[in-house]
Design a protein around this ligand. Structure first.
Ligand SMILES: *Cc1c(COP(=O)(O)O)cnc(C)c1O
Length: 381
């Protein structure tokens, strides 16, 4: 069968290279080496030094590029390093429009690192197309979005953003961590660059940090930054992410199945006020989610009726761990107000909805009755 016709699940299992040509190993070997010998002057094997290229990392980079349908992939030590590499495309006085509801670490990178170098940033509700149009300036170089957003699960119309951006040569950059290419492929909707925290769903086991970039533009610049600044993913961690990706389809389907049931259960819970999950018909982004993605994912945020309940809930949970991060097989719950989003000023947190009553749940693959039982014990005291 022609490779281009393969379904995503098949590419996930087989990767890009299929197997090591010399030995036929089914699992891509871990090329644990810093450097490579040359056969002679000007006779490189194609691999010189692992910061520039390493066969295990390359297999991951080619695999994620295939999955996202992009020209080139790049693997970094963390999601933040991946975002950092992309932001190095910009120069002082360049302007970037950013989703106002987004991962706290990304906000911190813009505010505390890149502003210092003269990058101008506006945080906008990117679900409101008119607000984006109004925010575009002469020096706007990119629109950076998370959809669904972290933690409020706001859904941004990627196609519409790309249509605003493209005529002005503004880049559309999408953090696709929450849905993965299995559910959403931003490049096919007109985006130029996709970013992942591979730490989350792609790795999937809460055991490895990593970041990935897939780009259709600025490929040489990104490669140059990756080699020059050196925040590359190690061969072993590249292998772990490759292994995670093999089961991505099964995991995210099961996680979503659990999440749909949990969102519905939470809606009916007397101590819960709002439930934010794009798979609920009453969710504001439901129609766009249906249009641009093939799934809703497994991230749910919800508010409890009283702030005083938070401590109790977190203490009462036994199966669902109180921990940062998301996307893995283990269910995790976070308190964004004091954890992932603590870096965002109070005024902005309140405007977005990241209040002291909000909890964010990453649904794993445990048995659904055990998960409901755990939440029932914790919430219905
Ligand atoms: C976790 C996360 C990041 C940062 O990734 P790290 O691997 O923790 O550096 C960026 N964006 C989103 C949406 C995330 O959830």
């Amino acid at each position: 069968m022609k490779e281009d016709c393969r379904a995503l699940e098949t590419i996930m299992v087989h990767g890009s290279k299929e197997k090591d040509e010399q030995t036929g190993t089914i699992s891509m070997p871990i090329y644990q080496t810093a450097t490579f010998s040359h056969r002679g002057l000007n006779q490189s094997t194609g691999y010189d030094y692992s910061r520039s290229e390493n066969p295990t990392r390359e297999e991951l980079e080619k695999t994620i590029a295939k999955l996202e349908g992009g020209k080139s992939g790049f693997a970094f030590s963390t999601g933040m390093a991946a975002i950092d590499a992309v932001l190095r495309l910009f120069l002082p006085k360049d302007h970037v429009i950013v989703s106002e509801d987004l991962y706290g670490g990304t906000y911190r990178l813009f505010e505390k690192v890149y502003k210092k170098y003269g990058i101008e940033v506006d945080y906008v509700d990117t679900t409101d197309i008119e607000k984006i149009k109004a925010a575009v300036r002469k020096n706007t170089k990119a629109i950076f979005i998370e959809t669904p957003s972290n933690p409020m699960m706001r859904v941004t119309d990627i196609e519409k953003i790309a249509a605003i951006a493209e005529p002005f040569k503004i880049l559309t950059i999408v953090d696709n961590t929450f849905l993965t290419p299995y559910f959403q492929r931003p490049l096919s909707l007109g985006a130029d660059i996709v970013i992942h925290s591979g730490t989350k769903f792609l790795g999937g086991h809460n055991d490895t940090l990593s970041g990935l970039v897939v780009a259709n533009k600025f490929i040489e610049e990104l490669k140059f930054t990756q080699t020059s600044t050196g925040a590359v993913l190690s061969p072993f961690d590249s292998w772990l992410i490759l292994r995670g990706i093999k089961t991505l389809a099964l995991r995210v389907e099961k996680q979503q199945e659990n999440a749909i049931k949990l969102a519905d259960w939470l809606r009916k819970c007397k101590n819960v006020n709002e439930v934010y999950y794009p798979g609920l018909k009453e969710h504001k982004g439901y129609d766009i989610a249906i249009k641009q993605a093939t799934g809703f994912g497994s991230m749910i945020s919800f508010t409890v009726v009283k702030k005083e309940f938070i401590e109790k809930v977190l203490k009462n949970l036994e199966i669902i761990y109180f921990a940062e991060s998301l996307g893995g097989v283990e269910s995790l719950i976070t308190y964004p107000y004091l954890q992932t989003h603590a870096a965002i000023p109070e005024e902005m947190r309140n405007r977005i909805g990241v209040t002291d009553k909000l909890l964010r749940l990453s649904v794993g693959i445990e048995n659904i009755n055990d998960l409901i039982g755990d939440l029932d014990r914790a919430l219905n005291f």
